[in-house]
Design a protein around this ligand. Structure first.
Ligand code: CA
Length: 198
């Protein structure tokens, strides 16, 4: 599962990114609104975390653009603007949730799970291939009833492969969905990870 973060406060973006990567999400951070708008339109994300005060293009404009192109992409607004009017405006423009700064990571994480759960059909939340089960919301993997601990990348890779079970996926498709955008695509990292578990 892949999350876009639009946040210009570097320390905060890093904190959220590390927390989410620790929960097995693939994360891309953009520090201005224009980059975030382009990335949201061009890539396949499961959720957007959007700051409102962003350079180049403000968060409200980003939200408006995202809604035009991706009506069902969940957007969680994360901001210092805590006036009721700001919240109302965001929700009216199509934000799915709203969290004021400062916030606790555990609350952000719970809200993300709730949004993701709502955005998929219940049948899409648990992937199953033979006796292997992967719960995309609870971030758990089991094989024949036994829990398997995976790293963030391993989890994302397995999720992507299970979502595409029976279909052919290329290395570059895997890198695009599992690693970050800035990743060097000439790398053999996919082969390395696949071989880990064989
Ligand atoms: Ca900001």
């Amino acid at each position: 599962m892949r999350i876009l973060i639009a946040e210009d406060e570097e320390a905060l973006a890093k904190f959220v990114r590390q927390g989410l990567e620790g929960e097995h999400y693939a994360v891309d951070v953009f520090s201005d609104g224009e980059q975030a708008r382009v990335a949201a339109a061009e890539n396949d994300y499961d959720l957007v975390i959007l700051d409102l005060n962003l350079p180049k293009l403000d968060g409200v404009s980003v939200l408006r653009q995202v809604r035009l192109k991706k009506p069902s992409l969940p957007v969680l607004v994360l901001t210092q603007r805590s006036r009721v009017e700001d919240r109302v405006q965001c929700l009216d423009l199509g934000a799915d949730d709203y969290l004021g700064k400062p916030f606790s990571f555990s609350e952000l994480s719970a809200r993300i799970r709730a949004l993701v759960r709502r955005s998929h059909l219940p049948s899409e939340n648990v992937l199953a291939v033979a006796d292997l089960k992967l719960d995309r919301v609870e971030r758990r993997v089991e094989r024949a009833g036994l829990r398997i601990e995976l790293t963030t990348r391993e989890f994302s890779l397995l999720e992507y492969l299970m979502r595409n079970a029976g279909r052919k996926v290329t290395r570059s498709m895997i890198i695009e969905h599992v690693w970050n955008l800035t990743f060097d695509t000439t790398t053999n990292v996919v082969d390395v990870y696949i071989n880990y578990r064989i």
